[in-house]
Design a protein around this ligand. Structure first.
Ligand code: ADP
Ligand code: MG
Length: 257
């Protein structure tokens, strides 16, 4: 594949919290249109990995590049490293749409205000334009009629769909999802997966941490099984789910079904 296709490249990421080594050399390459599913047990480092990609956590070593632009790191004076330039981090985050397990909507803002916040204040989009885009996105996730409602008055599924619209509003190059349905009541999972499935169908580049194995099998182009901070096995979904090689992966798959 050509350089230009490359959406995101993570090389040999290490992260520890004190003595606890959480990521021990994790790499990932996503090309435009790839949907990469990350699976693995609780505590295997999935969230930390996503948080390192957008520099919510600073990797101890290794690199993150979006569209070939690597975030420059410098020593933090504590044996670790930190991004050298705030501007680079802002640019990185403007290219990543992040969706969290617990929605993380601003509770004191309406749905529409949540969606237009970053376009107006981070990207400098004119208000009218931001509202027009937000309304289009809210229509797409089925929440147009809820645009003036506060998050507390919506179901978890609606809140998560609003969070997806908000993440899309900055027109990110890559969407990152951290277990977007695991805080939802079972009957609300489908409506959120359906929105994410639509994005996959549109060939949006996504990295998706999920426990929804059937969904991962259907939408992913590549699956990574993380165990104890390392990639234990990875490959196309049919191989990972249909013919797992590692004993740990076999055990994991049978435990979540
Ligand atoms: P997962 O998302 O796969 O469940 P996490 O990345 O959340 O795993 O966590 C991996 C390990 O790192 C866990 O042992 C967790 O307790 C630890 N951890 C995560 N964040 C922190 C932090 N900020 N400080 C200390 N330990 C952390
Ligand atoms: Mg997690």
């Amino acid at each position: 594949m050509s350089e230009g296709d490359q959406a995101i490249s993570v090389i040999d990421l290490h992260k520890r919290f004190g003595q606890l080594k959480v990521l021990k050399g994790v790499s990932l390459d996503a090309h435009e249109g790839d949907v990469i599913a990350i699976i693995g047990g609780s505590g295997s480092g999935k969230s930390t990995f996503l948080r390192c990609i957008n520099m919510l956590e600073h990797p101890c070593s290794g690199s993150v590049a979006i569209h070939g632009e690597t975030v420059t790191m410098k020593s933090d004076g504590n044996g670790g490293q930190a991004p050298a330039s705030r501007k680079q981090v802002e640019k990185l985050r403007a290219r990543l749409g992040m969706v969290f397990q617990n929605f993380n909507l601003w509770q004191h803002k309406t749905v529409l205000q949540n969606v237009i916040e970053a376009p107006i204040h981070v990207l400098g989009t004119p208000r009218d334009e931001a509202i027009a885009t937000a309304e289009t996105l809210l229509r797409r996730v089925g929440l147009f009629e809820k645009r003036d409602i506060y998050p507390a008055f919506m179901s978890g599924g609606q809140q998560q769909r609003a969070a997806i619209a908000r993440a899309l509003a900055i027109q990110p190059l890559v969407m990152l999802f951290d277990e977007p349905t695991s805080a939802l009541d079972p009957e609300l999972v489908r409506e959120v997966l359906s929105v994410i499935g639509d994005l996959a169908e549109e060939q949006r580049t996504m990295i998706l941490v999920t426990h929804e194995m059937e969904f991962a099998r259907n939408v992913a182009s590549h699956v990574i099984f993380l165990h104890d901070g390392v990639i234990e096995e990875q490959g196309p979904p049919d191989a990972i789910f249909g013919a797992p090689k590692s004993e740990r992966l076999k055990k994991f798959i049978s435990s979540v079904h």
